[in-house]
Every structure is written in structure tokens, then in C-alpha cells.
Design a protein around this ligand. Structure first.
Ligand SMILES: Nc1ncnc2c1ncn2[C@@H]1O[C@H](COP(=O)(O)OP(=O)(O)OP(=O)(O)O)[C@@H](O)[C@H]1O
Ligand SMILES: O=C(O)[C@@H](O)C(=O)CO
Length: 428
């Protein structure tokens, strides 16, 4: 039994986002953390998403890890490879989207791939190659303040051209409106002209269906999870998928609840405020400047958490802060150290508190989720019910727990304003 789709995700929340859409498309999907040391049982699996922490690491590391994931997915017989990155194209002029896509194409012996970041249901659209978040251009959406990958240019052809030596082209909406065959022709014409990466307009969900039909036989596709919601139907048309599988049912959740947030996105800041308004006194703020001095603040956070564990009360521990505070910490500590201090503190709190009884854990932020999940030693996750578009509940088996850990990894920009409260209400 071979798998149909093998996906390589550049962060952990993006991995669960894509896995969620594949499951909602009727595929049996498993998410693994990194390349597995031991082969999981894939006999009843149609798609595997390999979650990496390769979005903001050095380019060479991102390429090496992505190629290792590709090799493993090819060994599982994947018919198509999907490189999943952020719907807001989170990257810098160094990469890592361009260099990783180039390396995957070269290893696959392919000459072209499509770049489809859009996820219209969550307000991510592309028009004439320009990325919008809602009605704002990317560089005016708040993503210009991202702590690690500030996005200051919405023109994706220009952005990607700074990351790769190869030609970047555009398949615009006028082409997509003519249907899948016209889109295929456009891609072929661009390929004949040596264009290796094609940014694809996407304004409505129907554009994703056209792109999925036009690219289902391409060795590599890349983008956000939106394309992942359209591809399963095309796999069925190809005869690669037998039936529509029901979403996996998670086991009943158990243990105390906890929210950890390292995301500084506008959406997450609003979710933090909403939680604190609903649960006065249930939040503890971490500050990287304090964390840099000594262990005092971390110990205070732990004491806060133990107090709430005893009361079985909801709790939020967060470093989420407005751009001015983030920039001040980065100015004093450096971007990388500030980020590391927060990720380290949150991940170590997660390890201690899961051992002490937390069984329902919500983590906000992709890099933050990567640090927490890796510190917990999680190797694979089952995908459950969707909470909001792009964010499902998942479950993972941990050595130290009899019952599985219920885990929601929330992409920074996703989820309704009441997400930190409502997520636990929809958990089975
Ligand atoms: N107060 C702070 N000062 C400086 N850096 C911070 C602060 N709080 C969080 N960070 C860092 O900012 C980064 C946030 O990235 P993360 O990917 O976790 O969130 P996000 O980008 O909003 O989520 P996503 O990637 O899912 O969109 C992390 O490295 C985190 O450690
Ligand atoms: O596509 C998105 O926006 C998310 O899945 C993501 O990548 C968050 O890091």
C-alpha cells in the first residue's frame, strides 16, 4: 500500500493546517514530526504530512531537512509531493521558500512548480501576483511586524525572485477563469520559456479547484493549505483514492487545560485579550528581557501554573506582545535570542505541566508549536475535528501519559477572537 500525497511542511501549525484540509477532503492523513526513525503503520493512510521546523532556520538546514523528508516520502510511494509553507508566504530574501522549492524540484527531476499560498476562507487571496490578507495588502496587514519574517512586499513574483536564481512567472486570474486546460497551457508555455516557479492567482475557492485539476499530475506543488482542500477530489478523478474517509475520531480528552502563546500576530493578541477578559487573573505574561536575566520569571510562571492546576482552572501563559515591545526586546537581545528564550521557556513549561496533569493543550504560533511539540518528544499526531478553518484538534501518545494528549496547534493568524475559550468547548 503506497500513499498518494506526501507533504513537507515548514512549520508545525502549517502541518496541522494542511492535514486538517486533507482530512476534510476525505483523505486518511497522519502527521509525523520530522522524518520517522521507525516506520509508522501507513497501511490505511492516504497522505502523510512531515512537520519540520524549517521556515526560519538557516537555509542549508532547511534544504537538508526538506530533502530528507522528500526521500522518506518517496520511499512510501508518494505519487505527489506538496511543499507547505505559510499562506502569508512567511520568508526572507534568503528564503526559505525559494531555496527549498529549488532543491525539491532538482531532486525530483522536475522543471516547474506552482506557488499557491492562498487560503480564501481565511482571507488569504492573490490577485495579479499580489498577496492580500482580507482587504489589506500583505505588507499592510500586520505581517510587516512579524518578529522573525516581516513581510514588507506583497508582490510575490518580486519576493520569490529575491530567493531563487530561477525565473518566476505568473498565472493570473484571467487564465484561471478559462479553466484547467487553459491553465495547463499557460504553465506549459511558461515552462518552455524556462520559468521554474509560477505564482498563481487565487481569489475564490473555485480557483483552487481549477489549479488542483491543472496540477494534479505535477511531481511537486507548493503553497498554503487551500490547495490541499481541492486536491483530494482530483486524486479521486485519477483513480488514486478509493473512497471518502470519515474524519478520524479522537479519544475523549482528559486532564487539565492550558494555553501557551508565543505568537505576536494581531489575531493572537486579540485572542489573548479576549481570554483575559473572560478569565480575570488566569494569564501570566512572560518577558524575554526578564527571562534573559535569570530563572525567576520562569519559576513564577511555574508557580502560577501549579496554582491553577490545583484549582483545575483555565490558564494562559504568553509572551505575545505588541510590535513595540517585541522590537525593544529584539533590540536588546537580538531577534534570534529573544525568540529562543521565549520558545525555550514555553516548551519547558509544557514538558513540566503535561507531566503534572495538563491533558488539553493549545499552543499559539508555528515556531512556538515546533518548540513545544519537539520538547514533548511527540513523534506523530492524529488529526481530529476542526475548531476553526486551519486549526484542528489533534492527539498524540506520550510515554508518560496513559491517555493521549489533546493538542491544538494554532497558526498565529487563524482562529476567531474567542478561540482560546471556545476551542476547549468543542473538544470531545
Ligand atoms: N515578546 C516577544 N519578544 C520577542 N520575540 C517574541 C516575543 N514573543 C514571542 N516571540 C517570538 O516570536 C516568534 C513568533 O513566531 P511563531 O511562529 O510562534 O508565531 P506566528 O508567526 O504568529 O505563528 P505562525 O507561524 O503560525 O503564523 C517566536 O520565535 C517567539 O519566540
Ligand atoms: O498557512 C498558514 O497561514 C498556516 O498554516 C501557517 O503556515 C502558520 O504558520
Amino acid at each position: 500500500m503506497t500513499i498518494v500525497l506526501g507533504a513537507i511542511a515548514d512549520d508545525f501549525t502549517g502541518a496541522t493546517d494542511l492535514a486538517n484540509n486533507l482530512v476534510r477532503g476525505g483523505m486518511r492523513c497522519v502527521q509525523v514530526i520530522g522524518v520517522p526513525n521507525t516506520l509508522p503503520n501507513l497501511s490505511q493512510v492516504d497522505a502523510v504530512v512531515v512537520a519540520l521546523k524549517s521556515r526560519s532556520c538557516p537555509v542549508d538546514e532547511a534544504v537538508t531537512d526538506s530533502l530528507a523528508a522528500l526521500e522518506w516520502l518517496q520511499e512510501q510511494g508518494a505519487r505527489q509531493i506538496f511543499f507547505k509553507y505559510c499562506s502569508t508566504f512567511d520568508s526572507t530574501d534568503k528564503g526559505n521558500i525559494g531555496p527549498v522549492a529549488d532543491a525539491l524540484l532538482e531532486r525530483l527531476g522536475a522543471s516547474q512548480t506552482v506557488m499557491v499560498p492562498a487560503f480564501p476562507i481565511n482571507g488569504r487571496t492573490v490577485y495579479q501576483g499580489h498577496l492580500f490578507v482580507g482587504d489589506r495588502l500583505l505588507n499592510d496587514s500586520g505581517m510587516q511586524n512579524h518578529p522573525l519574517t516581516p513581510m514588507n512586499d506583497a508582490d510575490l513574483v518580486r519576493v520569490l525572485s529575491r530567493q531563487t536564481p530561477h525565473a518566476v512567472g505568473l498565472a493570473n486570474r484571467a487564465t484561471l477563469a478559462q479553466g484547467a486546460e487553459a491553465t495547463r497551457q499557460r504553465l506549459a508555455t511558461l515552462a518552455a520559456d524556462g520559468v521554474r516557479h509560477v505564482i498563481c492567482d487565487t481569489v475564490e475557492e473555485s480557483d483552487l479547484d481549477v489549479l488542483a485539476e491543472a496540477t494534479v499530475t505535477q511531481a511537486l506543488v507548493t503553497g498554503g493549505s487551500g490547495l490541499g482542500q481541492a486536491l483530494p477530489a482530483q486524486y479521486r478523478k485519477q483513480g488514486w483514492l478509493a473512497d471518502i474517509a470519515e474524519p478520524g475520531r479522537l479519544q475523549p480528552a482528559s486532564g487539565s487545560t492550558m494555553v501557551l502563546s508565543g505568537s505576536c500576530s494581531r489575531a493572537t493578541l486579540a485572542q489573548v485579550d479576549d481570554f483575559l477578559a473572560r478569565h480575570p487573573g488566569a494569564g501570566f505574561a512572560l518577558d524575554p528581557l526578564a527571562l534573559a536575566k535569570d530563572d525567576k520569571q520562569w519559576e513564577q510562571a511555574l508557580a502560577f501554573a501549579f496554582e491553577h492546576l490545583e484549582q483545575e482552572a483555565p490558564m494562559l501563559i504568553y509572551a505575545s506582545a505588541d510590535p513595540e515591545k517585541v522590537k525593544a526586546a529584539q533590540a536588546e537581545l537580538g531577534v534570534e535570542k529573544a525568540g529562543f528564550l521565549v520558545e525555550e521557556a514555553l516548551s519547558q513549561l509544557a514538558v513540566t505541566l503535561v507531566t503534572e496533569g495538563v491533558g488539553r493543550l493549545l499552543v499559539a504560533g508555528g515556531e512556538t508549536s515546533g518548540a513545544v511539540v519537539s520538547a514533548l518528544g511527540i513523534k506523530a499526531m492524529r488529526i481530529g475535528e476542526q475548531i476553526d478553518p486551519g486549526v484542528p484538534w489533534t492527539q498524540a501518545t506520550l510515554g508518560q501519559r496513559e491517555a493521549p494528549l489533546s493538542l491544538a496547534l494554532k497558526s498565529g493568524n487563524f482562529g476567531g477572537v474567542d478561540f482560546f475559550t471556545r476551542a476547549f468547548e468543542v473538544l470531545p
